[in-house]
Design a protein around this ligand. Sequence first.
Ligand SMILES: Cc1ncc(COP(=O)(O)O)c(C=O)c1O
Length: 380
Amino acid sequence: MSLENILETLAKNHNLRSLTPLKHDGNFVFKNDIKLLNLAGNDYLNLSSSKTLKDEFLSTLKDENLFFSSSSSRSLSGNFEIYEEFESFLKTKFKEKEILHFNSGYHLNISCIAALASIPNTLFLADKLIHASMIDGLGISGAKFFRFRHNDMEHLENLIKKHYENYEQIIILSEALFSMDGDFCDFKALVAFKEKYPKIKLYIDEAHSVGCFGDDGLGLVKALNLETKVDFLVFTFGKAIASMGACMICEKPFKNFFINKARAFIYSTALPPINVAWTKFIFEKMSKFKEKRENLQSLAEFFKNKFIQKNHQILGDSYIISLLLGENKKAIEVAKKLETNGIFAPAIKEPTVAKNTARIRFSLHAGLSKTDLEKAIELL
Ligand SMILES: Cc1ncc(COP(=O)(O)O)c(C=O)c1O
């Protein structure tokens, strides 16, 4: 198939992606100069537009961190002190673990999973709905893996039993709060498997839950006191943390292993020191955002109940709520209707979600009001 054919086919299937410049202003985006309420970001705590936070950060920023480039990988000259300061700070919250900062969640997942796959006799068992970055890690490394139906613990246990004798370690891949269906993994069952089957290790991605759970805002695993049970805990910083980057929380030998074997860690220029200083600044304040977390949960409940009252087919147990629409065309029509009426919530289509499960994915944040949400619901 030629390049033109590929693009034409995507367009015919209502699945051609294109980019529109957006101007951001608080809760709104301006698209072609039209002001739209943004219900599509992942800034769950509504921190990214806070002028107060930015001003405070800039006034306390040390000169040594005022660099907009690290000019090198951390393996060479890019390992500015702020990296170690950030990792040491987070380590105080996860005492038996080590922290390793990466440039993004995508970098982290592809390279750590690929590195783990290089350990002989490793099998991965992956939830059907894990994020593309984890799937790509399995793909590029030629890992041995099977996928279990989303959150289907019976299917997972059948796979464990079937393959247990043939492997030395079995790594289960899951998200804590799933990015598209907005539901939670079954922590209780996953931990029980780890206890029942000693070869099992748990790899949990908290991209969508870090910041939003627990008194200290350090995610679901910590809030549930499971940090010693999870072997590989992933935080990403581009969502509730209002920054960029990610970190792996794991035991020391694995940290050393990733420093040596995670190719995206080794072969990419490290994020700028100012970026890491901002991430650290936000994490230091995390316990102070309790009210925001509570507000977020209350908005989520309100929004979900409104959908239920209107008999809509929705997915989501938290602040990610997807309105299921099926065909791409239908989802695009609904997104257009929302946009015409001042709401930005684009359609999500395959391959991001399975074919015929196109949807509008609403992701809420703590700065919205119930009136904002009512307006969206009235249009549906
Ligand atoms: C579950 C999950 N993991 C990883 C990532 C990638 O993180 P990043 O945006 O930092 O590359 C995302 C991003 O959407 C995600 O949803």
